[in-house]
Design a protein around this ligand. Structure first.
Ligand SMILES: *Cc1c(COP(=O)(O)O)cnc(C)c1O
Length: 869
């Protein structure tokens, strides 16, 4: 198969139609309805055949049609307007240009990007999030460069066997028929990068560029001349192959990705990134490559590490340890060490960066998330709850610190509204608040604009909901019929598919990848009960389910099969369907068409979840376990929370309890509210919830909000650190850290005392606290001595204590001990406690926990807690 070289002949457009080429190559069409409508009018029939993909469309339009359009003045006027609009969008100042002191550029690395179905380089949430990040960055004018791989097969297409077993297909994607162009050197030759592999082999890759609005996305492709067959296959498919294959992909992404960025900036004059953001650990090698670059400039390993950390942001996406890439140390050493790609860099230190030093860690494995955290001065999880779970999960890397103090913050994910809001919803919003405010509200947020949604009349909301539901029902029927044909059914057997689902019945959606924690089949726990809900004589529900199991996950495939078998049952098949091949195109019809979006993961294993956000933006209500984003933003009126049996470790028992809770909610709350039609024939309380969802969740769930948070909370501080920690400053910081680490065993809190109090002290009284600290060879300027005080919780720990820095008093005593003191105000009744701790302090640290070093009083001092009554 590989011997076949394919050619795609690109249509040569007549001169007046040339701008169509530019409009097709810039993926902004994927979130810009007017541009899509323009393409549709090029050839409505061809548009349908090309399934809404402009590049494919232009490859198929006939000469005659093109000639006619080239002379059609009305069409040419529209074309000019669209081209000018795109030029304006890509060049005019936007939100970012109004801010100051921001990075000149940011490189954003991800193993997958879900931008449009027409560039199928994603498997699920991580990729869609990366795509939405780029699009929102484009809308806001953030100078981002995306970096990823171009997979020859992308992720697989899913079909079903007659028995309901998942089948995978891997269609070959020809880059020449994708919306990408080769990056070329000034002399016109294709830009390439290379990596050295063990045994004198080399891995070459060319660089494709997809243009996502204002944002370039560089995609590396190893299927090139000059590579051996094995190396050609490095970018064969997303998340396939064994460990070494995975390692090579990640080397190409991280190391090759930095080289691709350098090539891009050199060729185009784009400013060099000051910040490198790695979306999950897969791209973590980018930090090692930058260390190598800096070593060439003469920095030693430790100084280069400081300089690289300063400008690196790491986002962790999984609370599931199995979701983290871990490689055999030996394999990593062979590929990066002597004779390998980074032979100039200290292999021992590289291996230490990925070493699992926490309790329960395996010293023989190289952990990409652990390395990601060590190579980044700033790190975050993707929802408030996931931030807390991540601090807990990685606390072992900061020994001595409570999980709350672990330096991993959180920025809650968002979704790109112009991509995910159905045109019908957008039109209604535009009618209510005006076209431009509606567009701004979608891209940037602004709670006041979203509040105006509250004024949309009941009838308009309800008609919209029905229209969207009806579109979904039609789409489901077409897809279901196609699936059954594919499963081997004859046309004559399929009459029933014309009557599947009903546009007036409460519609519930459930679609996501099928790892076990997402519990695809929880709804099947009590099949009789589910059947009763589906077939209820007055208040029936109908359910649309979709999802792909990982090709290597037979357990997941069994779940899919179990579900498909249930939906095949003639008693219920008109009320519950499984649609194969969940992808972005299906998603865009599915979310708006559902009334309720169901999510029942095993809490707290869903890091954020974004499909519910996309549903909410279309007026669909969430019915979900309080996990990820829903834990943060469920407010009692914007949907329903499925109670969880958190403490129960018997998973079967837990599933049973949570499934029962789900059925109860559906039966007693969700369905009755949907069918509770008041005097005007409308379910007013339901409609109220829809409006409330749009008005209050709307501005929060936006990718625009998320990207602004990244810019202000992570990118801007990282750029400042990057500028401050270069060259000699990096060397100085590295040496300071080494000195502090060496001396730290000598740092101790030797004595803590307060004024003596008679009896029970009074609320509000202030005592003087004194403490004596040994600093070994360190200076008071190297540390921060802190007094922590506040309420003591049930676990005998200070809960969110007040923290103040103490001042040194006088000179050290004969044995070198330093005295510190400060006021201790007894500002809380009940169990009040205080303690003292010493932390390293340096103006270039991002957080005081950065070194993982802390000194606290030995517990034996017994003077850290007092009780106020
Ligand atoms: C949004 C989306 C996802 C991710 O949804 P989660 O809720 O995070 O599981 C996966 N696949 C597609 C096609 C999507 O559009």
């Amino acid at each position: 198969m590989k011997a076949i070289r394919r050619f795609t002949v690109r249509t040569v457009l007549p001169e007046p139609l040339r701008p169509l080429g530019g409009l097709a190559q810039n993926l902004r069409w994927s979130w810009h309805q007017e541009t899509r409508e323009l393409f549709q009018s090029v050839d409505p029939e061809g548009w349908r055949a090309a399934q809404g993909d402009p590049v494919r469309l232009l490859g198929t339009v006939g000469k005659d049609r093109l000639a006619a359009l080239a002379g059609d003045r009305r069409f040419l006027r529209r074309l000019t307007t669209a081209a000018e609009d795109l030029a304006d969008y890509t060049s005019s100042p936007r939100w970012y240009q109004e801010q100051t002191d921001l990075p000149a550029a940011i490189a954003y690395f991800s193993p997958e990007f879900g931008i449009t179905f027409a560039l199928p380089q994603y498997s699920g949430g991580l990729g869609i999030l990366a795509g939405d990040h780029l699009k929102a960055a484009s809308d806001l004018g953030v100078p981002l460069i995306g970096v990823g791989l171009l997979y020859r097969h992308g992720y697989f297409r899913q079909t079903l066997s007659r028995e309901g077993w998942q089948q995978e297909q891997y269609p070959v994607l020809d880059p020449n028929s994708l919306p990408v162009t080769p990056l070329r050197e000034a002399d016109g030759s294709p830009a390439r990068i290379s990596l050295v592999l063990p045994g004198g082999r080399a891995l070459h890759a060319r660089i494709w560029k997809a243009q996502v609005g204002r944002v370039p996305l560089l995609l590396l492709d190893s299927d090139v001349e000059g590579n051996q067959a094995a190396e050609r296959d490095v970018t064969d498919r997303l998340y396939g192959g064994g460990s070494e294959h995975r390692l090579l992909q990640e080397m190409l992404l991280g190391i090759g990705g930095v080289r691709a960025v350098r090539a891009y900036c050199r060729i185009t004059g784009h400013p060099e990134p000051e910040v490198f953001h790695t979306n999950e650990g897969h791209a973590g090698f980018l930090g090692l490559e930058r260390i190598r670059e800096l070593s060439l400039d003469g920095l030693d390993f430790e100084a280069a590490l400081e300089a690289v950390r300063a400008g690196t942001v790491f986002t962790t996406h999984t609370p599931v340890p199995a979701g983290i890439d871990r490689f055999d140390r030996e394999l990593v050493a062979r590929h990066l060490g002597d004779g390998g790609e980074l032979s100039g860099v200290d292999t021992g230190r590289i291996l230490e960066l990925g070493m699992e030093t926490h309790r329960g860690g395996d010293p023989n494995l190289f952990n990409m998330a652990v390395m990601g955290l060590r190579l980044a001065q700033r790190a975050n999880g993707v929802s408030t709850l996931h931030g807390a779970v991540s601090r807990e999960m990685f606390a072992g890397l900061w020994p001595g610190f409570d999980p709350e103090d672990v330096p991993i913050t959180s920025i809650t994910n968002g979704v790109h509204a112009p991509t995910w809001v159905a045109p019908e919803v957008l039109r209604l919003g535009a009618r209510q608040i005006g076209a431009q405010p509606a567009e701004d509200a979608l891209m940037i947020g602004g709670a006041d604009r979203w509040e105006a949604i509250g004024g949309i009349p009941d009838t308009a909301v309800w008609e919209l909901r029905r229209e969207l539901r009806e579109q979904l029902v039609e789409d489901v029927r077409v897809r279901l019929r196609a699936s059954w044909r594919q499963r081997g059914a004859g046309e004559a057997e399929l009459g029933w598919t014309d009557h599947v689902l009903d546009p007036d019945i409460l519609t519930i959606g459930f679609a996501r990848r099928v790892p076990s924690y997402k519990r695809l089949t929880l709804m099947l726990r009590d099949q009789d009960r589910l059947m009763d809900l589906l077939l209820h004589p007055e208040r029936p529900i109908q359910i649309v389910v979709a999802g792909k199991a990982h090709p290597a996950d037979d357990g997941g495939k069994r779940l899919v099969q179990e579900l498909v078998r249930f939906t095949d049952d003639p008693r219920v098949r008109h009320r519950i369907v499984f649609l194969p091949d969940y992808d972005m195109r299906m998603a865009r019809v599915l979310y708006p068409g559902c009334d309720v979006w169901l999510n029942n993961p095993l809490r707290p294993l869903e890091a954020c979840g974004t499909s519910g956000m996309k549903a909410a933006l279309n007026g669909c209500l969430n019915l979900s376990v309080l996990d990820g984003w829903w834990d943060e933003w469920f407010d009692g009126d914007n949907g329903w929370a499925i109670p969880t049996a958190d403490g129960i470790t018997d998973e079967d028992r837990r599933d049973e309890l949570e499934a029962a809770a789900l059925y109860n909610l559906l039966e007693n709350q969700v369905a009755p509210r949907f069918y509770d039609h008041g005097s005007r024939g409308l379910p007013q309380r339901w409609i109220e919830m829809v409006r409330h969802t749009l008005a209050t969740l709307g501005p929060k769930v936006l990718a625009g909000r998320m990207v602004r948070d990244y810019v202000t909370q992570l990118y801007a501080p990282a750029a400042r650190s990057h500028r401050a920690i270069q060259g000699p400053a990096a060397t100085e910081l590295a040496e300071w850290k080494q000195r502090v680490r060496r001396q730290w065993p000598q740092v101790s809190v030797d004595h803590v005392e307060t004024d003596s109090v008679e009896g029970t002290p009074e609320l509000g009284s202030t005592l003087t606290l004194r403490t004596q600290i040994s600093l070994g060879g360190l200076d008071p300027a190297d540390v921060d001595v802190q007094l922590l005080s506040g309420r003591v919780d049930a676990a005998d720990r200070l809960a969110s204590p007040t923290i103040q820095s103490l001042k040194p008093t006088g000179r050290p005593d004969i044995s070198g001990r330093h005295s510190y003191e400060g006021p201790l105000t007894l500002d809380r009744t009940g169990s009040f406690g205080y303690t003292v701790r010493v932390l390293p302090a340096h103006p270039l640290l991002a957080t005081p926990a950065e070194l993982g070093l802390v000194a606290t009083p030995p517990e034996a001092t017994g003077m850290t807690a007092g009780v106020l009554r």
